[in-house]
Design a protein around this ligand. Sequence first.
Ligand SMILES: N[C@@H](CCC(=O)N[C@@H](CS)C(=O)NCC(=O)O)C(=O)O
Length: 251
Amino acid sequence: MIPLGGLPRLCLQKRLDLLSREQVPRERRFIMRLYVSPTSPYARLACVMCLEARLKGLEIVILDPWQNPPELLEHNPAGRVPALVMGGDQPRTITESLLIADFAVRRAGEAERLWFRNDAEQQLGGVCFGIIDAAAAIMAGRMVTSGSVNETAFDSSPVARRRQAAIGRSLDRLERLLSDGSKTLIEKPGIAAFLPVIVVEYLQMRFGSTFDSADRWHLADLVSVLRDRPALARTRPLFTKFVPFDHAGTE
Ligand SMILES: N[C@@H](CCC(=O)N[C@@H](CS)C(=O)NCC(=O)O)C(=O)O
């Protein structure tokens, strides 16, 4: 490395300019940064809701929380995604997918269009979260047992079997709930419509066709109509690079 003192004056000024720009903490130079991972259904929900709400100045950072990236730990002591960080003099971080989703729709004045509209939609949302939590618990069990989410030895344990049964029953419940009202969800999609898509695509990514059923055609229909919506299509697992669309998700 060339010592600063050894540089000609002009060059030194340029170097100092560069240094002072580098010294401005990275956190001060962004408006909003959402930390996600390529596979997390929680992070995907937060991401989809921020994109649907078209949060201004949203930057999406894709990382692996299991690697303990210092940037993530600094903002979220839990070391998990999603985490939404607001830049500025006093950076603030919101964690937990539902809280981020709530923040996004309220900040954008889009709660009426995007948030749960009634008890039935909330019930549906709860069933979806139950499935996501059960699937995530199986992934955590695989990590503990084998050190990898792709090693399936844990899946034959009593705890995993219990979670698998819960997923199967919950998918059937989801189908029943959708048979009562999937038309409105498809016509006016908000969080209650996005969640089943996130659920189905996460299960397919992690468990292949294990939880597929030809009988759940309301669910299949909802997924096939909504899955190519930009906010869902651009965040489909494994998404390792985000491509902005119509000014959504641009820095
Ligand atoms: N309740 C949280 C769950 C978040 C969560 O479990 N994220 C996982 C990814 S699916 C994670 O970051 N795991 C890393 C770890 O647990 O260390 C939410 O709704 O956001």
